[in-house]
Design a protein around this ligand. Structure first.
Ligand code: HXC
Ligand code: NAP
Length: 293
């Protein structure tokens, strides 16, 4: 079985219209491509219109599907409302909001200016809030049902992480929003779920999290029990399932896709993996020798 294969049947998202924030690059682009292959119309949105237009054109040619580019800085609520209205003008309605846009960089926290910290919180937490509120209010007001919000968080949303503190703080907020609204907005027919990816190499993330030769010094695949990083199609498969009707009973969930990475860091004795096989006979004998003492 090849884990890079496409998972859902061809028309699994037929008739759906989907907004992907940060859809012009990286994981947002990979998820957009697969949604289009499955028959969805997709609006991709971010700050850089030229990048979005190039991606939309490339994916339309590649998939034969429909993709529109709408400029929007998710930090500004007015721009988010304008983006929502522009997409609805073209698609008639929106079924899925995928909050994928993010900002991040590594830094000791004491080096950060207040503005640097705010910048990350504003893109990740305020941006996800702005989009969720703008689309949620619209769906509730128009009594539209069977809607889905999917948020991309990280595993350090619950563990926290040094050196990316604004991002960890913001992603924790997005996870809390996911779970809270899963309950509160279920009565309106709106589901809320999240995906927590482990390392999935993208230019945007790697340039900011592993600049220069850090890429070689910190091989992230070594932290993963499955000894590899993620393939974009694997994430796209999971996202497509979560925005499809096949997951209609999944609500308020965060699904980790990280090859076991965060648990490896968490388990107190996981470091015993370093013990060579032949040493276990000796260790067992030493432990048994203490019986009754
Ligand atoms: C310290 C920094 C900094 C750095 C920026 N700043 N980079 N401070 N170290 N490396 C400070 C600036 O000096 C400024 O503060 C403030 O942050 C805002 O910077 P701007 O450049 O004006 O902001 P802006 O143009 O809005 O750009 C936002 C950005 C940028 C986040 C800084 O990197 C960006 O556009 N990122 C988008 C894409 C991205 O980050 N992708 C990665 C997602 S990966 P002052 O005080 O000087 O004004 C991800 C993965 C998670 O989330 C898990 C992986 C396993
Ligand atoms: P990426 O390519 O840098 O994607 C981030 C996107 O966010 C960009 O397309 C960017 O577009 C957009 N964006 C940034 N600021 C914005 C703003 N103010 N308004 C609107 N859009 C904005 O990085 P990625 O790796 O694909 O990350 C995608 C998501 O996965 C993020 O939520 C990230 O936290 C998450 N994630 C990634 C990994 C990984 O290993 N790659 C792991 C865990 C979680 P513009 O610059 O054009 O605005």
């Amino acid at each position: 079985m090849d884990y890079t294969q496409k998972m859902l049947r061809d028309d699994a998202l037929k008739g759906k219209s989907i907004v992907v924030t940060g859809g012009g690059s990286g994981l947002g682009k990979a998820m957009t491509r697969y949604f289009m292959e499955l028959g969805a119309k997709v609006a991709i949105t971010s700050r850089n219109l030229e990048k979005l237009q190039n991606t939309a054109k490339e994916l339309e040619e590649e998939t034969g599907g429909k993709c529109i580019a709408v400029q929007c800085d998710v930090r500004n609520y007015d721009e988010v409302e304008a983006m929502r209205d522009a997409v609805i003008d073209q698609f008639g309605s929106v079924d899925v909001l995928l909050n994928n846009a993010a900002g991040n960089f590594i830094s000791p926290t004491e080096r950060l200016s207040a503005n640097a910290f705010d910048t990350i919180i504003d893109i990740v937490l305020k941006g996800s809030k702005n989009c969720t509120l703008a689309f949620g209010k619209h769906w509730i007001d128009k009594k539209e049902k069977d809607k889905t919000v999917l948020n991309i968080v990280t595993t350090y949303a619950w563990t926290g992480s040094a050196y990316v503190v604004p991002s960890a703080t913001a992603k924790a907020g997005v996870l809390a929003m996911t779970r809270s609204l899963a309950v509160e907005w279920a009565k309106y027919g709106i589901r809320s779920n999240a995906i927590a990816p482990g390392p999935f190499p993208t230019k945007g993330a790697w340039d900011r999290l592993l600049p220069g030769d850090l890429k070689d010094k910190f091989d992230l695949s070594k932290k993963v029990p499955l000894k590899r990083v993620g393939e974009h199609q694997e994430l796209a498969n999971l996202a497509a399932y979560l925005v499809s009707d096949f997951s209609a009973y999944v609500n308020g969930e965060v699904i980790t896709i990280d090859g076991g990475e965060w648990l490896k860091g968490a388990g107190q004795f996981n470091l015993l993996e370093a013990i060579p096989e032949e040493l276990w006979d000796q260790l067992e004998a030493m432990i048994k020798a203490k019986k009754g003492s």
